[in-house]
Design a binder for this molecule. Sequence first.
Ligand code: F6P
Length: 541
Amino acid sequence: MTGPLSARPRCDATAAWAALQGHWQAHGRSLDLREAFARDPARFQTFGVQAPEVFADLSKNLIDTATLQFLLDLARECGLENHRDAMLRGEAVNTTEGRAVLHTALRAPTGAATPFNAEVQGVLAAMLAYAERVRADEHITDIVNIGIGGSDLGAQMVVPALDAFSRRGKRLHFVSNVDGHDITPVLRGLDARRTLFIVASKTFTTQETMANAAVARAWFIEQGGTDIARHFAATTTNVAAAAQFGISTTFGFWDWVGGRYSLWSAIGLPIAIAVGADNFRALLAGAHAMDRHFAEAPLAHNLPVLLGLLDVWYRNFHGFASRSVAPYHQGLARLPAYLQQLEMESNGKRVDLQGRPLPLGTSPVVWGEPGTNGQHAYFQMLHQGTEVVPVEFIAVKTPSHPHTDLHTKLLANCLAQSQALMMGKTAAEAEAEQAPTAAAGMAPAVLASHRSFPGNRPSTTLLLQALTPHSLGALIAMYEHRVFTSGSVWGINSFDQWGVELGKALCSQLLPRFASGDASGLDASTAGLLARLRTETGPRA
Ligand code: F6P
């Protein structure tokens, strides 16, 4: 293997890791946030980081300035800066696939000295011109994006997030699942003459997408549709396969765009149709501003770097296995799902770039729901459960609706949650408080144990001035670079996804068995389930 990470030791064999471990033993593991705030009135200022469009309050995290220094030393010793620069230059940092990783080149402005700038600008201009034609075409009222994973989640997340910027009169639909319960209700509500299908697939071979595209084409023809050229478009690197499928309107991209990093490419066509060319360019510009920050800001003030290092601190030293993301903006409802793919498909790896098994945790489980809904569901566990889950709150100062009273309540809830996680409530406080309402027959101390909160639970609050194409672009790029940072420290390849292959291969072996019933060579569980699905409860193939 060649490249900037080729010669480095495993992350846990570095001197910086040993130093961090010493710090963890001496101070890190016993840091108490309430005491830290009491000791240092400037803690909010010290741990506030301003990046393009995103302000991060890191002060409610289990860190002090020494922790950050040790983490930054670790990043340096692990070669983060060299690795980042190699990625930005277009070196093949995706070593297992022998590919460059250049989603940053997709959002560089025209004429920038970034790799492939002319090709990128050419496809972008063509894609945006097409999006504008669709927007102006009053006959087209419904746009159905058929794609899965990175060919679905980005657009599915961004389109509702930018609802305030969307053209009215165009309905965007997203079909991803090979489960027919996904496409069936969508088709039920459509008029073939007024519908555009976008088949989005980097490879144009993904089973789910190809199957749904075939259903859509058959439905279109059945409805009397003839003009496939006008009603189907494809976004793909495999233009030949799209043509074979019968699609002539195609927007391409390149193998150096990873699926989960592809919303900036032609895969963003549904976004461009929803919000228009200027807003799509603003989304790219916001991401580019964050790219510059990641490339140029000193590590100590570099927001994606600091967030990625916090992930390492929590995962490998505190042992926190998950992170919850709570966007206090309904438009970001799909952000946790988007981040699940971005983070867990990127960093859910168990060997480093040289194939050495990692004896430590990598990607945390990422999950969440918009606030305030989550508060009335799983926040109970965050406050009083046995696991500590760092929470990431995202708040937007200015709403795009006129209901200021609702918005103030939303923001107050957001601040109250991070405050409650940190402050907690002692048993003595709970006991003092419960006296008048103590349940009959329960000793006050027992009831107080139920009503107390441990506190000292960490959180980060990210603030945006407003949710705009520019700020959303910056926010998403921040997450991408954060994933790069922790992946780089762990020394893993954040850009392949071999873990999805085995299931795909076994699925193609199982598929014909639904018709034949042949269970030879199968384990008893799979054979038993297959038999029940064929004969008792399920449809035959
Ligand atoms: O699930 C694996 C995966 O390759 C993802 O990485 C990708 O985003 C998704 O499938 C869809 O792939 P394609 O765009 O080639 O259809």
